[in-house]
Design a protein around this ligand. Structure first.
Ligand SMILES: *Cc1c(COP(=O)(O)O)cnc(C)c1O
Length: 379
């Protein structure tokens, strides 16, 4: 599904020399590399504060802790996402409220959010799924109207741009009260182990978050709040520093691969290609709204599972993200849910299939994959 070797060859000298230097100086934790990466990511995302941490799941959890959410508070998020999003809500004894998504963008449905808001609702967690932003204009407006926090789960969309109806352009993850991302190796900006970060423009919240990641310590050995231990280590920061200046190029390579896939699938009756919401139309020269963390098709003639088996037999990697709606997972079942409220997720889990997507895909590979898929689906 991903090929990280090609990227490494390009940054090898820089990464190896930075890592050697870290080994020589033993600055493994909180070293200058971490601080430098933090500043560079603040610059790239145009946010006031980046707080590096150990992984994307921690980033979400720490964001929720920093906002002071309390047990029983309701947090609305998408039914169709990776479990980490809902897991941290439940871990903090907040009440997850899962809602349906849109069939074209796979992102959280605005009417469904609105319907789910109660007096106990405290936050909305939009997940920018597969690399493109949820409808942030509508989410921010709802949040303002109902006095809710917005926590962007940006684990899959770092580098994506969002164009508001008023023409302003912002980076994914920088629009809510707080954003969270993951640097897991297969993410669009991946390190060589685990890593994550939290972003915010709020000075006070940033201060709170910096304490929480470090055992609730604001002054050495003074623990003002209950915190966690969540650090990005220097070696991971060195890898990320080599990759960050190349991130826009990586995103463009992914978009090129996505375009080639979609072109090959044009006119196919039973294969629905991913939709990019072109708020940017007329504003940007090259669409940068979608960074294609995944290239996800919908197979509409009931052959998705057979196609998966066929691809496996032909040694073409694929993924089914996600095969089970979160509201049907044992850990997150709740009597409050009504199947009639999840028509889209219930359908998507039967239709979606993601094809190999990374920065090193070439035309030959794409041809091979698309021919196999088309041949099978129509066969
Ligand atoms: C990967 C991912 C996470 C979790 O990130 P980790 O670094 O693996 O903890 C959270 N949310 C989404 C949507 C993800 O894709």
């Amino acid at each position: 599904m991903v090929d990280l070797g090609g990227q490494y060859q390009e940054i090898k000298d820089q990464v190896n020399s930075s890592i050697s230097q870290i080994l020589e100086t033993s600055a493994f934790i909180n070293g200058p590399e971490v601080h430098a990466f933090q500043k560079e990511l603040e610059e790239y995302l145009q946010v006031k504060h980046v707080i590096p941490c150990a992984n994307g799941t921690d980033a979400l959890q720490i964001a929720m802790m920093g906002l002071g959410l309390k047990p029983g508070d309701e947090v609305i998020t998408a039914d169709f996402t990776f479990a980490a999003t809902v897991e941290v809500i439940a871990l903090l004894q907040l009440t997850p409220v899962l809602v349906d998504v849109y069939p074209d963008t796979f992102n959280i449905n605005i009417e469904a959010i609105e319907k789910a808001i109660t007096p106990k609702t405290k936050a909305i967690v939009p997940v920018h799924l597969f690399g493109q932003c949820a409808n942030m204009d509508a989410i921010l407006e709802l949040a303002k109207k109902h006095d809710l926090f917005v926590i962007e789960d940006n684990a899959q969309a770092i580098g994506a741009r969002y164009y508001s109806a008023d023409g302003t352009k912002q980076m994914a993850g920088s629009m809510g009260h707080v954003g969270a991302t993951s640097f897991f190796p297969s993410k669009n900006l991946g390190c060589y182990g685990d890593g994550g970060a939290i972003f915010t423009n709020d000075d006070e919240l940033a201060h709170t978050l910096r304490g929480i990641v470090n055992h609730g310590m604001y002054e050495r050995y003074h623990h003002d709040v209950v915190g966690v231990n969540s650090r990005l280590d220097s070696i991971q920061a060195a890898v990320l520093r080599a990759k960050l200046p190349r991130l826009d190029g990586y995103c463009e390579a992914r978009r090129n691969a996505a375009r080639a896939y979609s072109k090959a699938f044009e006119g196919q009756e039973h294969i629905i290609t991913p939709v990019t919401v072109n708020n940017c139309e007329g504003i940007c020269d090259v669409c940068d709204c979608h960074v294609f963390h995944q290239y996800t098709l919908k197979i509409t003639n009931g052959k998705r599972d057979e196609l998966a088996q066929f691809l496996a037999k032909n040694e073409v990697p694929f993924g089914v993200y996600y095969p089970i709606p979160l509201h049907k997972q044992k850990a997150y079942e709740d009597d409050r849910y009504n199947e009639a409220d999840f028509p889209v997720t219930n359908q998507l889990v039967k239709e979606v299939i993601s094809l190999p997507m990374h920065t090193e895909l070439d035309d030959e590979q794409i041809n091979h994959i698309t021919q196999l898929v088309i041949g099978f689906v129509n066969g």
